[in-house]
Design a protein around this ligand. Sequence first.
Ligand code: LLP
Length: 425
Amino acid sequence: MDHFQYKHGIYHAEDMPLDTLATLVETPFYCYSAATLRHHAQVFMRGIAGLNHRVPPKICFAVKANPNPHVLRLLKEQGLGADVVSEGEIRLALAAGIPAQDIVFSGVGKKRQEMRFALQCGVFQFNVESAQELHVLHEEAQGLGVLAPIALRVNPNVDAVTHEKITTGRKDSKFGIDIEQASEIYALAHSMPYIKVQGISVHIGSQLTQLEPFARAFARVRDFVLEMRAQAMPIDVVDLGGGLGIPYHPEHAALPEPDGYGAMICEAMQGLEAHYVFEPGRLIAGNAGVLVASVIYTKEAHDAQTDVTHRFMIIDAGMNDLMRPAMYGAHHEIVPVSEAHHHATHVSQHVVGPVCESSDVFLRHHPLPLLHEDDLVVIRSAGAYGASMSSTYNARLQIPEVLVDGTRMTIIRPRETYEEMLARY
Ligand code: LLP
């Protein structure tokens, strides 16, 4: 459920008409809904409420999905912490007021400097992904004279059945430690005086649309935890990562919901008592954000050989602003801001951006109304991995982000200026 819909003929974010917002901010811009972010955080919490926890679970929002500190602060107010993968993300989480004790440091290539920074801050846990990383972390902790709290991120060798580029739990993936080698590395970690073994973590991929791969991975983790605990290895924290998918297509409404996800975990864990941690990203932010763009031009080309007319709608948002379609072939629904357009006759067309790349395409052969210059469109489900993956390719300016809360709007990242762009060099 999200708070983007037509009201009085105009697409709204909560109580804010997007045509009004577009005159205030100018397109293209990202627009997030505070009520949707809050709602998703609450739904996730309720979903996992049935777990046998020793202390309340920590829900650490995957900052990579949306690192805007205003978004992080809002989520912090809902009780969420942060899952981070760089010193930059730690700094953004701290700037949002998230205490270091609610930060989990993930990532396959943490550098010494980043480890030192995280140790000095006192993050809750390092999710360690290799024996080498463990050695380096131990050295750095020793240098500072502090204990580094760790979990090993295990790779359970389960195919997440998602897009090739976002699956992480198979043996051919760079992520995690092969679960078959993990007991050896736990023993090594346990022998290190400046390492405090406290947990285990697993994350098998992103945009999972079935629960079964999770269930298999989590059951493996549970068995392994019991095995380790039997050998007196102090594994208290069980971090089950993120990865639950969201509906990008309107017809995807039947995707697993957090309730079903929670029930699946209870079953897979079979009462395993632990301090549970979760790292959802997309589920919280994905459908809480849209990208608003304007039509710049339209044009047609007729292919006489196939007798197909190609109609192009060229909009002012490009692949640099939202990379997912170009990078993953991801589908994002596009709707006109005017409801009258929404009800007009739809014809097949390609929606493309202005970037000089053939892959700068949002939709191909998709039925949409015929729009004109300056008409507004909304690209849905862009709140996660949208702004965070954007670039300034083609010397395009970083676009603004706006947070709507009821009738109120706040520009939480202003549009970059050409002066700022030039000052970068
Ligand atoms: N934890 C770890 C260790 C991760 O690597 C990720 C995502 C998450 C949590 C959050 O996963 P989520 O709940 O958002 O699925 N750029 C891609 C997604 C990459 C995901 C990377 N890791 C996309 O736009 O689809």
